[in-house]
Design a binder for this molecule. Structure first.
Ligand code: HEM
Length: 537
């Protein structure tokens, strides 16, 4: 909404009313002949008409960009209606725009949004994420859209604040913890999932929502590795309200990026859908959950208990100004890591299974690899699973290929602090947002060839059978440069363990005639879930 009021102020600033009055010489008009309201309406229409002529393909008071292909919009509001009309397929629409304009960089303008450059050019992205890192920050838009959910956590932090979070967290994701602690946790949770859900449904023949189970599984696993807590979420739905509220707030945060009326709609919710949970109530549910975990941990630390997990690390590591994080800062950190680690991983596993179930030849080849590496007698041995999870080339190829077409973080953004120029020659004005769509980049024929939209894990395998490395500025699933994903190894390990565990034991098939598509949120969730039948292998 801030952008709307800026636009209104800007409109009034640009109109020279004195000049306008004298041009139209209202004084000679008899006020009794023409009612004042008619005069105001006529004036407003004339002003709008003039503005519409000038800003005939873009948002009012935005500059025309002639140096870069431009997605034309309608007068005064630019791409607002287009965004609203294509909101359900927004990533595909953007992919089409890149292809139609035959470009890797383009601009668009939408009323209420800051001026935007969109690029999928690996050179530009490397420049933004690495070579000129300090100029491209997480701008105030991040704070406006996600601030009340993630506070000052690592997602929105810049400078020293970011460095502190990064350094503190990076100690946790080392090889030894991955091998000795995380693999065990994942295996225990997988066994629970099998016992309570997959085995039961294999017997009854009832379909299950795979995406819903993965959401619980990743929540459960994450709660254990991050704050050593067993939520028992696979068994009961008591923790479901937190997950529902967390999902709802992430969707609202995302909507704020594309729809300037999001907050207004939320404010009007109690009037138009009475009884539904409001944004404020969702935030309260989330806060209560986070603070209960922090308080519980503080009590246990007072009792002299020792913990090695993420929460304790953040509770005991001093900030650059020599103090410990307070409860609010700990809450921000906890929720940020939960969003970073849990939904992204769940989404990547969901889409991997969707790709496997729609490509039986790939699934068969992956089963072969799993059977070759994992003899039946070792299927519950965490150390062996850890070792083979690192070695299975085809499993990695399947996972990477899925993330190319269905990146868990579908789009990303930075704000330019100063005037700049991207390697492709495009000028970046101070305050411009540079956005890159991982979804569009993954499907670009310029970057991946004519079969860019085909799911083909073979493209990740070299002739000598080894995994092909692709520049992380072309395949950006885990981001790149100093702010690359801290949890990449953890997520890859978790996903490959889940894939191995499930394919070794079960045969899944999609319930026919269901629509599997993405929802609009900060991560690429499945809008209606994904129902599958389960049978034992
Ligand atoms: C398949 C799973 C995952 C994917 C695709 C993924 C992807 C990404 C991407 C694209 C970013 C950059 C976000 C940005 O620039 O705003 C990122 C950042 C981050 N990820 Fe992941 N992530 C995954 C799993 C995880 C896990 C399991 C964790 C750990 C709990 C994690 C922790 C983080 C953190 C802390 C950052 C912020 C890094 C920084 O700003 O310095 N991620 N991730």
């Amino acid at each position: 909404m801030a952008y709307i009021s800026e636009a209104v102020t800007s409109i009034t600033k640009h109109i020279n009313f004195e000049q306008f009055n004298s041009n139209f010489n209202f004084r000679h008009i008899n006020q009794q002949q023409i009612p004042i309201s008619t005069a105001i309406t006529a004036t407003a229409i004339t002003i709008l008409g003039l503005l519409a002529l000038k800003y005939n393909d873009r948002a009012v008071f935005t500059k025309r960009r002639d140096d870069v292909p431009f997605i034309k919009g309608v007068p005064l509001v630019g791409n607002l209606f287009r965004t609203i009309a294509t909101v359900d397929i927004i990533y595909d629409d953007l992919t089409e725009s890149f292809e139609k304009l035959d470009t890797l960089t383009m601009s668009q303008s939408t009323i209420g949004m800051p001026p935007q450059l969109q690029t999928i050019d690996p050179l530009n992205i490397e420049y933004v994420l690495r070579h000129n890192f300090s100029n491209y920050i997480k701008g105030p838009q991040m704070m406006d859209t996600m601030g009340d959910l993630f506070g000052h956590g690592i997602f929105v932090a810049n400078g020293q604040e970011w460095q502190y979070h990064r350094k503190t967290a990076s100690h946790i994701f080392n090889v030894i913890t991955l091998r000795d602690h995380f693999t065990d946790v994942f295996m225990q949770e997988l066994k629970n999932m099998s016992e309570y859900i997959f085995d039961t449904n294999a017997k009854t023949g009832e379909p299950v929502d795979f995406a819903h189970i993965m959401s619980k599984f990743t929540m459960e696993s994450f709660a254990r590795v991050a704050f050593g807590k067993n939520l028992n979420g696979l068994l009961n739905e008591n923790n479901a309200q937190f997950a529902i509220s967390f999902d709802a707030c992430q969707k609202i945060s995302f909507n704020r990026f594309i729809d300037p009326f999001t907050d207004l709609k939320e404010a009007l919710k109690p009037i138009f859908s009475p009884g539904s949970t409001t944004y404020k109530q969702h935030i309260k549910i989330i806060n209560d959950f986070a603070y209960s975990i922090i308080n519980e941990r503080r009590d246990k630390l007072k009792q002299g208990l020792v913990f090695e997990d993420m929460l304790s690390r953040f509770m005991t590591t001093e900030t650059p100004d020599g103090r410990l994080l307070n409860d609010v800062e700990l809450r921000d950190t906890l929720l940020t890591f939960l969003a970073a680690g849990r939904d992204t991983t769940a989404d990547s596993i969901n889409w991997t299974f969707y790709c496997l179930l729609t490509h039986p030849d790939v699934e068969a080849k992956l089963r072969q690899e799993i059977d070759q590496y994992l003899p039946n007698e070792d299927i519950d041995n965490p150390q062996i699973l850890y070792e083979i999870a690192r070695k299975m080339t085809y499993a990695h190829a399947v996972f990477y290929e899925t993330l190319r077409l269905y990146p868990s973080v579908p789009t990303n953004i930075r704000l330019s602090v100063k005037e700049d120029r991207l390697p492709s020659g495009v000028k970046v004005h101070k305050g411009d947002s540079v956005m890159w769509s991982l979804y569009a980049a993954g499907r670009s024929t310029h970057l991946w060839g004519p079969d860019a939209r085909t799911f083909d894990p073979e493209r990740w395998i070299q002739e000598n059978g080894e995994l092909k490395r692709v520049s992380s500025y072309q395949w950006m699933a885990f981001n790149a440069g100093p702010r690359n994903c801290i949890g990449q190894n953890l997520a890859t390990l978790e996903a490959i363990l889940v894939i191995t565990h499930l394919l070794k034991r079960y045969k899944l098939s999609l319930v026919p005639d269901q629509k599997v598509t993405y929802a609009l949120s900060l991560t690429l969730q499945m809008r209606y879930g994904m129902k599958v039948y389960i049978s034992k292998r």
